[in-house]
Design a binder for this molecule. Sequence first.
Ligand code: SF4
Length: 688
Amino acid sequence: GRMKRVTKAETTCQYCAVGCRFELYGKDGEVLGVRPTDPEATPANDFSTCVKGKFGYEFVNSPNRLETPLIKEDGEFREASWDEALDLVVDRLSEIQDEHGDDSVAVTSSSKATNEENFLNQKFARQVLNTPHVDNCARLCHSSTVAGLKQTLGFGAMSNRINEDIGETDCYLITGSNTTESHPVLATRIKQNVDEGADLFVFEPRKIGLAEHATQYTRTKPGEDIAWLNGMVRHIIEEDLHDESFIEERTKGFEELKEKVEPFTPQKVEELAGVSEEDLTNAAETIAKADSCIFGWAMGMTQHAHGTRNVLAITNLALVTGNLGKPRAGVSPFRGQNNVQGGGGDMGPAPHNLPGYQDPTDEDVLEKFESEWGVRPPDRVGLRLPEQYEAMDDGNIRGMYIMGENPVLSEPDIRDAEHAIEKLDFLVVQDIFLTETAQFADVVLPAASAAEKYGTFTNTERRIQMVRPAVSSPGEARTDMDILTDVAGRFGYEWEYDGPADVMDEISRLVPIYGGVNYDRLESTPEGLQWPVWDDDHSGTPYLYDEEFNFDDGLARFVPADYAGPVEMPDEQYPLMLTSGRVLYHWHTGTMTRRVEALMHHVPESFVTIHHKMAEDLGVEDGEYVRVESRRGDIVVKANVEDTADPGVVFIPMHFAQGAINELTQHELDPTSYIPEYKVTSVRIAPL
Ligand code: SF4
């Protein structure tokens, strides 16, 4: 039953990856609210939380929380006991594997869950099911960041800290991030520092909130970032403003880069990206001359069929200006979900990485895992999430176990994803609500929210922080850890953990960058630990690459970014460019925020933002419904007439099931990271 007294937990926000900390209060099993905690213990938010952190916890108390396992019979769900539901899961997955081979099942992990649960999720896939097909939503948000940064710098993560570096730098280049709405507390940090004199350059198709505070806001054409980034590098080299000693001592490949950026003259950049020579050279020169600069980005850079090349291009700019391996500088991918850095990345629920980004084809790595688990993990790279949906469509993947994700809203071209899911012989969904995806499941397992469990999250600055329960779970809901442990046991694998602390001990034995992480240290270090934490005596790594980059020779690599633009360009049939993003009051596919009245009050439904000229042409007024169509599908949404972008560019947020933008998007993939081209879609709009 639920706890019957006021309880207080010092914990970490379960929305975005800024990782704000606060005290979460509960009474009679319900979350009451949050209160800022001791500034010492809150490295990311020593002054506040955003509206989601403050008012966004009502979903925990929702009467719609799942309270018992559900089994679908004749198309209807009925309540079931845990025994019945889990036995069915084990029977059906076993049958499918017996008939079609171990690789016919796949597992999806969740960046909302803790590190420990994500570790166990991939262990369940690899040890228990012997399938390499495990992946998570990081594939769809920053896989191109990880791929780009690993190639150039060695680690696929933010190189610097939030407060001491982002909060104190001399200069920013922010692109492809609507920071004010997606990472509010981080944006406040940036605005404060800009008020104190730092330069801020915002390159973005839409005039977002942060642009109001910028030294220079430059409107770019969607999907043309390689052009202006290469153009900046070219200009800096031409003006002799590059950091020669840094390049000489700490990098390799500069000559090739220099050659490859040569075609990106200011004229060429203007033609491709719509960036004027004045804006380009002013930003390039200010960035190159600044003592320190932070390069910040999010999905506007990553979600393209050339996402990895975008990341290479911005990293080259950071390297030529010597902005790595020192305080107040660095490359800052702003990660989205609360625990996508740790749970989605570090813990290795990914087909090409074992935990800690270790190679599943490396014999030494395999032996290490085998000696810990008693079973050799599959020694090959599995299918990435979008490939898994193709395999489902082809009948090669027939069973799927989804923990805490909502792919029928988050996959590109969701009609196709739905179709693939419908073809499955068996689908298990483990979640806190009966999500759009759970509706398709054969078995639904009720999970605990992060307000109801212990564990750790790793925020966007690689900081591992404690998560603690303020309330107990509703009904029979159980933590992901307990459910996975139970299922593994029914498959004959006894996991003997006393709690998440034991799982972290196993992680520290297997994952070198978490080598010195344990609960004793985390409990006595309220500000958390930033990886790599190599061993028990190592205090962690506030900023990366102080002495060397993460390669044997210690040198960063310049990897030139060859030009690529959007996959689909506007034409007569579909003359508008649609781009996507977030709004302050919602989060991802909205499974939590759409259940919070205080947030729904502000933005209750999906919309399309169109320029007033376009609205006039269409004869549409603000607030009227319109039909938005692409080659994949069509949706009806409210028109929001606002001149934030060029007349030919329209915007739809990603949070809604009604008017879901992914009815329109396409599944063209980045060849390196397999991230889909979410950000640019050709559409047309018609009044109803
Ligand atoms: Fe939570 Fe992010 Fe808001 Fe901080 S900025 S309170 S981590 S949603």
